[in-house]
Structures are given as C-alpha cells and as structure tokens.
Write a protein that binds this ligand. Structure first.
Ligand code: SAH
Ligand code: SF4
Ligand code: F3S
Length: 434
C-alpha cells in the first residue's frame, strides 16, 4: 500500500487494508514482498499522475513476479481509463467510492472477470460496508464523517474526484468511535473534505432531525475513553456559531482550527469562487479566538492564481500578518485540467509564483517559530502516541497539534501526561515529564 495526498487517503488506505485482512492479506514493508500493490493516489496538484506512472515503472519486476497492481484514489477516479490505456501493468482501477468492493474484486481476480474499472459514485453504500470494527495504529485515529465537496473552487479537482457532499449519520459515527475507544483510542480526528459542512442524521430521539458538527463533537465527547476530538478540513462558508461555541464550551474539543482561506484579495477570492471575503474570514477568526483565546489557527494559501498581481499578493501577506498563523500550508497555484482556473487569462509565470511563495513562507515560518517559542516554559497536556527514534524517547502531541519529544517509558503510550516544554526544534517541541 502506497499512499499520497490528504488524511482522507491515509484513512482510506487503513480501511482498505482492514477489508483485505479476512482474505489473508497484510501490509508489507516493501513492494518486493507484496502479492497485491495498491497505489492510493492524489490528484490535487501537478505531476500527481506522473508520479504514479513512474511508480508503476519501478514495479516492473514485482509485476513480473506475479503481483497484482491496483490504482486507487483521486487519480484513479479522474483518469482511470486513460491510465489503463497507458499502463497495461495496471490490473484494476478503483475510485474512492468503490472501496467496499475491494474484497470481492480481489477474491475473484479482476483479470478473469474482465471488469477492471470501478469508479461509480455510491458513497452511502461505501460507508455502510466500511463500518466493520477496525484495528487502529495507536491512541489517535481518523474517522471519516463527511465526504465530497459541492463548493467548486475554480482551482480544485476534489469536487470531480470525490463527488457531492455526503454526511454519515451520527449513529454510525458514534458506533465507530465507541469501537475505537474500546481498543484504546484516546483521540479522534473527524475527517471530511468540508468537514464542517457535516449535517448528518441525529440519533433517534434527538430534538432535531439533523445535527451540525458542533453537536456531533459534544456528543462524541461523552464516549468513555475519548479524551480529545479534532476535525479537519473546514471551510469558512460552513463555520457556524454552534461550532464556534463548542470550542469555548467543550474541553475535549482541542484548541486547533484548520481554516483555509487561500488568498487575502477579495478579487482573487471571487475568481476562485470561494464564497467569502478576506474580511468575513478575519471576523470568523476573531469570533473563534473570543470563544477560545488560546486556539491555534492554521490554514492553506495559494499564490499565483490567475490574475494575482503584486498588490493582490500583498493583500495575502497582510491577511497572513493579521491572522498570525500557528501553522499554515502554502502552495504555488497548479493548473488542473478540467477546472475553470486552468483556462483563465493572466496565468502567473512560474518564477513569479516561486518568488511569492518564498516571501510568504518566510513570514509563515516566523509565525510558526513564534507560536512554538511561546510554549517554552509552559506545562502542556501531551497525548503520548508512539516511541521516538532514540531509545527511551516517546513522541506525543500538544493540544495545539505540535509534536513533543520527551523521555518516557513506552508503556505509557496512550496516556495524557503533563509535560514541561523546555525547547523547540524546527517542527517540534522538547519537554520533560512535569
Ligand atoms: N477542502 C479543503 C481543501 C482541500 S485541498 C478546503 O477547501 O480547504 C487542500 C489544499 O490544497 C487547498 O486548501 C488548497 O490550498 C490546495 N490546492 C487545491 N488545489 C490546488 C491547486 N490547483 N493548486 C495549488 N494548490 C491547490
Ligand atoms: Fe476544493 Fe474548494 Fe472543495 Fe476545498 S472547498 S475541496 S478547495 S473545491
Ligand atoms: Fe488528493 Fe484526493 Fe485528498 S486529490 S488531497 S487525495 S481528496
């Protein structure tokens, strides 16, 4: 199993492995040991498909040894048929909405049946069929609550690869989280392409027919054993007051919000079809900070979208200064075939994008360093997640999603312990049991 892309893909890979377990499959360290290779791909930025083709090239020997090669994920969904034509090594292609069919496909050997392209959209069926108990890899686990996107930002392929927004029911999610809690999970991260667009069926007997994400978080917080709840990725358009209030009132909801804005220029935001302004975004951040003053804000930025001139980029820098991010991802705009942005006038030259990205990242690095530095000297509750590389070392997470390295016995993994933060590295904190 090789996974590219977002956490949804990481989760899907986990689920695919789980589904194949009853057939006797287990994950191997190297492709050379594999009978079945699944490439779980991402389509979000350029060269994604190219990476998959070169990976398939490297798998030639494995293939010659008799292994089956499958392509899954968003490239599979977007370009499945083209991929099959170009790379005959591929035995079958399976899109994100068809993973529940995997055991069947593998069991009857796709080649023999003749059907090799599985890219229909049937998300609900997928959710139902994937609801079997799981074996998580540690005390922190992902749970998909929502899939798909109806927002159609003009730069983005996700609405085409993941389909329309679909929410799982609160009961189905609760069941999965309960099962996870029973096998030692302490923290769940609720996943969705637009997770705060979640509006799932409320449990029978609840006062409303549907709930919002804030209500779901409060409900899950009551499950014994679950100590921390997170969610990602949110969209500014779906950030309702119920969710913002939950940050102030539900202590198990961790003080970290990933809320991408993409640009600080209203003209560019309009061209991106984001459906919000820089000002409305800043107001939301302010509200969230009022509800939970210590919250860490994170985001995504795109530089060099068509029509972005120096003044528009400066507005992005200005918004970034105002928000003061704890962490933020930033990307050069990448022209994705089939999206409206790809054919817009005034595409920005590659060198200009690179130069702007550098300036933005310099600012974001400073902000991140300052946020980390501000934790030094404090005592933070840290969820111990896994052994570190050095003997006696354990790695955990702060409430603000920072990795924390400390000396502790590995038997304590799964506990939330007080850690005195003593220093910081480039992307992590160092501490001692407090
Ligand atoms: N649903 C999420 C994001 C999904 S994609 C949201 O709306 O926030 C993750 C990030 O990839 C986006 O936030 C965006 O910053 C980036 N991205 C998506 N398409 C891109 C493109 N064509 N070029 C550059 N970055 C892109
Ligand atoms: Fe893509 Fe926009 Fe949907 Fe996010 S909201 S997945 S960026 S189209
Ligand atoms: Fe990539 Fe698909 Fe996720 S395009 S970012 S794997 S939704």
């Amino acid at each position: 199993m090789k996974t590219w892309g977002c956490q949804m893909n990481v989760y899907d890979s986990e689920r695919m492995s789980g589904l194949l377990k009853p057939l006797g499959y287990e994950v191997t360290e190297t492709p050379a040991d594999a009978d079945l290779v699944i490439l779980n791909t991402c389509h979000i930025r350029e060269k994604a498909a190219e990476k998959v083709y070169s990976e398939i090239g490297r798998l030639r020997e494995v293939k010659a040894g008799g292994a089956t090669i499958a392509v899954a994920g968003c490239v599979a969904q977007a370009e499945g048929a083209e991929m099959q034509a170009r790379a005959p090594e591929i035995d079958f292609v399976i899109g994100p909405q068809s993973y529940h069919k995997l055991p069947e496909i593998v069991a009857r050997s796709a080649r023999e049946s003749g059907e090799t392209l599985f890219t229909d959209f049937a998300v609900e069926e997928k959710f139902d069929r994937l609801a079997e108990p799981r074996e998580p890899g540690g005390p922190s686990a992902f749970v998909t609550v929502q899939e798909g996107c109806d927002k159609f930002c003009t730069f983005c392929v996700v609405p085409y690869t993941r389909g329309v927004e679909v929410s799982r029911s609160a009961d189905a999610i609760t069941l999965e989280v309960r099962q996870l809690a029973q096998v030692g999970v302490r923290e769940v991260t609720l996943l969705g392409q637009n997770v705060n667009a979640w509006h799932g069926a409320a449990p029978v007997g609840a006062s409303a027919e549907n709930w919002g994400l804030g209500e779901l978080c409060r409900h899950l917080a009551q499950i014994d054993g679950i100590e921390r709840i997170r969610f990602t990725t949110s969209h500014p358009r779906d950030m309702d007051d119920g969710l913002i209030e939950a940050f102030g009132e539900e202590p198990k909801l961790m003080p970290y919000l990933h809320l991408p804005v993409q640009s600080g220029s209203d003209r560019i935001l309009r061209a991106m079809n984001r459906g919000h302004t820089a000002e409305s975004y800043l107001r939301q951040i302010e509200k969230v900070r009022q509800a939970r003053p210590d919250i860490a804000i994170s985001g995504d930025m795109i530089v060099g979208f068509p029509g972005e001139d120096e003044a528009a980029f400066e507005e992005t820098m200005q918004l970034t200064r105002e928000v003061d991010y704890a962490s933020c991802f930033s990307f050069k705009y990448s022209r994705r075939p089939g999206t409206p942005g790809a054919t817009m006038a005034k595409q920005v030259a590659e060198e200009v994008k690179s130069e702007r990205l550098q300036r933005l990242q310099a600012l974001l690095n400073e902000q991140r360093a300052a946020f980390d530095e501000a934790q030094v000297g404090k005592v933070l509750p840290v969820l111990l997640e896994k052994p570190g590389r050095q003997h006696g070392q354990v790695i955990g997470k702060s409430p603000y999603l920072q990795s924390v390295f400390l000396e502790a016995d590995a038997s304590r993994i799964g506990e939330i312990v007080d850690v005195r933060i003593e220093g910081r590295g480039v992307n992590s904190l160092r501490g001692v049991l407090g």
